[in-house]
Design a protein around this ligand. Structure first.
Ligand code: ADP
Ligand code: MG
Length: 232
């Protein structure tokens, strides 16, 4: 079990050409230095902030996944909710890190957090089913967008007005009416992710004031139907 329920990791993306223009000739280190061994960020050579994890600038998508997300899978497979939340200014690298970019735009797409998590989930599911042939784990996904405080079902874009946030009988917060799609493999989940991402109000490359008003939640549900009696 994970001790702390919430952990904060900071990833500083590498320089892009337009950053250099803004830096006005100064070195990047004048503004921000990462100190991964101490989990610290040093801003303006003076202000130090400590987090659970600070990734070095050259951290790979695999480093980020293995350190910050893979450990959540154990709890996930024992029935707990696990959430990965990417927070940051537009252009800071959320979409890249989470892996919801348009695959035609970005080669690294298949290495973002969601694609890696999906691969790990199906591998573990397969391992469980190999050990216990009567186990029946079902994977379903949903993709929700919150845009200007309104909810949109990205996997069922025509039904845009019928969603509402509710507490269910177990006290969990759910989105009533959201469409869940059952998926049997990695490709099917990624197709849902691609389709949902394409239906969002802002594209991943659109850097304007509106993009910060669009938030999306991709949920991967794992249901254990092993004990459920079949109807057929
Ligand atoms: P956000 O979703 O936070 O607005 P993006 O994920 O779209 O930001 O990233 C902005 C730009 O930076 C994109 O061109 C993306 O490819 C690039 N980028 C982000 N993180 C990295 C990284 N770790 N390595 C290389 N390029 C990155
Ligand atoms: Mg984005």
């Amino acid at each position: 079990m994970i001790e702390n329920r919430v952990k904060v990791a900071v990833r500083v993306r590498p320089f892009l050409p337009h950053d250099c223009e803004r830096l006005d000739g100064k070195r990047f280190q004048h503004y921000l230095e990462t100190c991964p061994e101490k989990g610290q960020l040093i801003a303006l050579e003076n202000y130090c902030f400590t987090f659970d994890t600070v990734f070095p600038l050259d951290a790979s998508q695999e480093d980020v996944f293995n350190t910050s997300v893979y450990p959540l899978l154990e709890n996930y497979f024992s029935g707990c909710n696990a959430t990965v939340f990417a927070y940051g200014q537009t252009g800071s690298g959320k979409t890249y890190t989470i892996g919801t970019c348009d695959p035609t735009l970005l080669e690294d797409y298949h290495h973002g957090i969601i694609p890696q998590a999906v691969r790990a989930i199906f591998k573990r599911k397969q391992d469980i089913e190999n050990i216990n042939s009567s186990s029946e784990l079902v994977v379903m996904v949903s993709h929700l967008e919150i845009y200007r405080e309104e909810l949109f079902d990205l996997l069922n874009p025509s039904m845009i007005k019928d969603l509402s946030v509710r507490d269910n009988e177990n006290g969990a917060t759910i989105v009533k009416g959201i469409h869940k799609i059952r998926c049997s493999n990695y490709e099917q989940v990624l197709e849902c992710l691609r389709n949902g991402s394409a239906s969002r109000h802002t594209g991943s490359t659109l850097m304007n004031a509106h993009s910060s008003r669009s938030h999306s939640i991709f949920t991967i549900y794992l249901e254990d139907n092993s004990g459920v009696r079949r109807q057929d």
